[in-house]
Ligand binder design. Structure first.
Ligand SMILES: *Cc1c(COP(=O)(O)O)cnc(C)c1O
Length: 433
């Protein structure tokens, strides 16, 4: 299958090209040329299938033309070495827990899939090593580093700003070793990003080594997120709760919800979607006014959603042919201040004992306020509350237990290379000088 750019000026790309390039040459986002509908028989029996079986059917629709069947199956099964279960919170509100992966957030699914797909392409072509460069302000680095950990033929360089990343986050990408190199830059996140951009533009460097990014807009990170929406539906159907199902997604860059919308186009019977925002309300405002007006991002306690110009808006816009009326028919919005997020965490804990993280709290609150008569809501719990331990404990007045796999990171030995904010030094490091 070919991939086109949302800006429509770049040439069509193969899956392999789209994965290696990430962004199209006209700076648009890649979209698959076809979104194949899955047959009715699949949905009729979906409740009898496992998560991995469901995910493979979805993966086959997107990648089956480009990846040999047994390899694709293996990539999917390897990616989903953990579950994404649905858990009941109240009679009509359920949560899809997406934090059971290695770094306790949903980005594990896309990162693990992309790493394995890239490995497949490298093996097939017998190519030299591929180097993934990623700048992170915290969470992306850990998902990418763990996703690619131990994957053959790939080396990952994670650049992060010294002293500006929480200890928990830092431990998740500096303690890994193997094919992961953590680089602690004497600067801020933007400096890290600039170093990575300069590397991609440096001709000498690109002649010497194969460089690629693992940005969240990459099709191989973005599309696999559709898998768990089908699983949510299947598990709700098993419970007899799939009629009038509303899916609510805490959103920042809008990749996660867009993958759900792709699922919807493939026939997944979800009645409607809610995009829950923190105070960064650009999409919410767009739904109200039809005007898309990016802004500088605001800092909030749900910081993985602090995005002032969500990249995947371009994909949603393209998917609906730019029709505001069609977009608002499928998606409604919500926006919450930090105070409202705190209230949601506190009230959910008091009423049900369930501990939300600040991102999932936006989703819970949006369902609490937005569900209509006869609807059942499922919100994505996008991270484990222990990743935001201090914040959450101060709200619920109780301890948040740290899962063993997170504690293991925190007990690991930090291995990182210090780097001045200087491109020639970075280049020398990459070239092994
Ligand atoms: C990345 C992230 C989000 C936002 O997801 P998008 O796909 O960017 O909308 C929400 N919650 C958590 C915990 C995240 O890490």
């Amino acid at each position: 299958m070919k991939y086109y750019s949302t800006n429509k000026k770049a040439p069509l790309a193969s899956l392999h090209e789209a994965v290696v390039k990430g962004l199209a040459s006209d700076r648009g986002l890649y979209m698959p040329q076809k979104i194949k509908a899955l047959p009715k028989e699949f949905f009729d029996h979906i409740q009898d299938l496992t998560f991995q079986e469901i995910a493979y059917r979805v993966a086959d629709a997107f990648f089956g033309e480009d990846v040999e069947a047994s390899s694709l199956k293996q990539i999917v099964y390897d990616t989903l070495s953990f579950d994404c279960p649905v858990v009941k919170i109240t009679d009509n509100i359920y949560t899809l827990e997406l934090f059971h992966g290695p770094t306790l957030a949903f980005k594990d699914v896309g990162a693990r899939f992309m790493a394995r797909l890239l490995e497949y392409f490298i093996r097939q072509e017998g190519k030299e090593q591929v180097n993934v460069l990623v700048a992170t302000s915290g969470d992306t680095g850990s998902a990418v580093a763990n996703g690619f950990l131990g994957v053959e033929g790939i080396h990952v360089y994670v650049l992060y700003p010294k002293g500006k990343v929480s200890k928990i986050q830092e431990s998740q990408f500096t303690t890994l070793g193997k094919n992961i190199t953590a680089i602690e830059v004497d600067g801020v996140f933007d400096d890290c990003q600039a170093l990575v951009k300069n590397a991609f533009m440096d001709e000498e460097l690109n002649n010497h080594m194969k460089l690629t990014s693992a940005n969240s807009i990459n099709v191989a990170r973005f599309l696999p997120q559709a898998f768990y929406y089908f699983n949510a539906y299947a598990r709700m159907k098993q419970l007899g709760k799939a009629e009038n199902m509303v899916m609510c997604v805490p959103s920042g860059n809008f990749g996660n919800i867009t993958a759900g919308l792709f699922g919807h186009q493939m026939g997944l019977p979800i009645k409607r979607f809610i995009a829950a925002n923190n105070a960064n309300d650009i999409f919410y405002k767009y739904l109200q006014s039809g005007k898309y007006e990016p802004k500088a991002s605001l800092q909030t306690i749900a910081n993985a959603m602090d995005v002032g110009n969500p990249s995947n808006f371009a994909r949603i816009y393209d998917l609906y042919g730019g029709r505001h009326d069609l977009i608002t028919k499928d998606i409604s919005g919500a926006t919450y201040t930090d105070k409202e997020i705190r209230e949601a965490i506190a009230s959910c804990y008091q009423a049900t004992g369930y501990i939300l993280d600040p991102h999932g709290a936006c989703g819970y609150r949006a369902l609490k306020e937005g569900l209509k008569e006869g609807e059942t809501g499922v919100f994505c719990e996008t991270a484990h509350p222990a990743k935001f331990k201090e914040t959450v404990e101060s709200i619920i007045g109780n301890e948040v237990k740290i899962p063993a796999r997170l504690a293991a990171f925190m007990a690991g030995k930090k291995q990182s290379i210090e780097l001045k904010n200087d491109f020639s030094e970075f280049k020398a490091l990459l070239l092994g000088e």
